[in-house]
Design a protein around this ligand. Sequence first.
Ligand code: ZN
Length: 426
Amino acid sequence: MSALLLRNATLPDGRSGQDLLCEAGRIVQVAPQLTAPEGAQVIEAEGWLVSPPFVDAHFHMDATLSYGLPRVNASGTLLEGIALWGELKPTLQQDAIVERALQYCDWAVAKGLLAIRSHVDVCDDRLLAVEALLHVKQRVKPYLDLQLVAFPQDGLLRFPGALPNLQRALDMGVDVVGGIPHFERTSEQGAESVRLLCELAAARGLPVDMHCDESDDPLSRHIETLAFHAQRLGLQGRVTGSHLTSMHSMDNYYVSKLIPLMAEAGVHAVANPLINITLQGRHDSYPKRRGMTRVPELMAAGITVAFGHDCVMDPWYGLGSGDMLEVAQMGLHVAQMTSQAGMRACFDAVTVHAARILGLEGYGLAPGCKADFVLLQARSPVEALRLRAQRLIVVRGGAVLARSPAATAALQLPGRPAMVDWTLTR
Ligand SMILES: [Zn+2]
């Protein structure tokens, strides 16, 4: 593969005028005014921001782009979404799942999203979705990292056959052990499912990523059990609690004990701002709770927190486009993380923090990292969030995967000469 030189880019840490030299799929040098090797492709960055690619730490690719099948979620609640998915599941065709997933991966690449952790429902004895997404994982491998989580949507203990199905999915090559303790029949069964799943993951040497306490119930406390087993089984750094929305409603005193336990257990957290702000608080009149977990407090305790997209046009959510800047922007609004440091942390939640949770090798812009990056029409991460900046160029392994034109406006103002505004980022 020939070399690629990205000239005159700004890095997320603020250094401007930087050139990135890529050879054999890796970044080999980052410095001002590098010389292009013979035959290298040269891309002028014109001072725009280069970032490592976006990473989505929580998604459901088996359900994506199925909005309206067989009907729309009228109440907008999580539980109607689960019931609707249950209606759709028996009618699913493998080809259709593959086609929708591949289409979504196209959207993702165009938006600079090159790594996705997707949960895949194992509460279907045919394991159609598992087979389909394992196929998609191989198909997209040259351009997108797809990590799969075996997810017992209808409950590990509540759905007959969920445990053998989940084990079969892991045998077939699914990467991560999932769970949904708050959906089991009782709190005790929820806690039992967490124990079983953590022990299964420990025995197989796999990571854990559970839907955990996706509820407004302040007494839904499976995250405590998850942290306990992570610590007990020595799974520090390999366990993720997704959603954790009950933490929003918990008593502050209890949370002051819980968060240090999570930090001690090395548990990661994933919030899903677009979905949490629309699904939670549905049983409230006014005031309505926001329902997203305590993102700034978790970050302040040193816990790795990422934002996930969770859903795009499926039984739970009728919007979305694979744009992780939209996800991060919603996250910063819901969490009121409007300081400069807070906004930067939200950018990290869809890039470096998410990459850490997925355990991606060679992620970043330092020499030695993979030559994967996105050139954004912005001068800084905060500006990228403000503008949901255009993805000018998306690169993987030193090769261009996607290009988008710069956002401009042709202005014809009374009393002013006609002009093209290239400065939408000022
Ligand atoms: Zn989810």
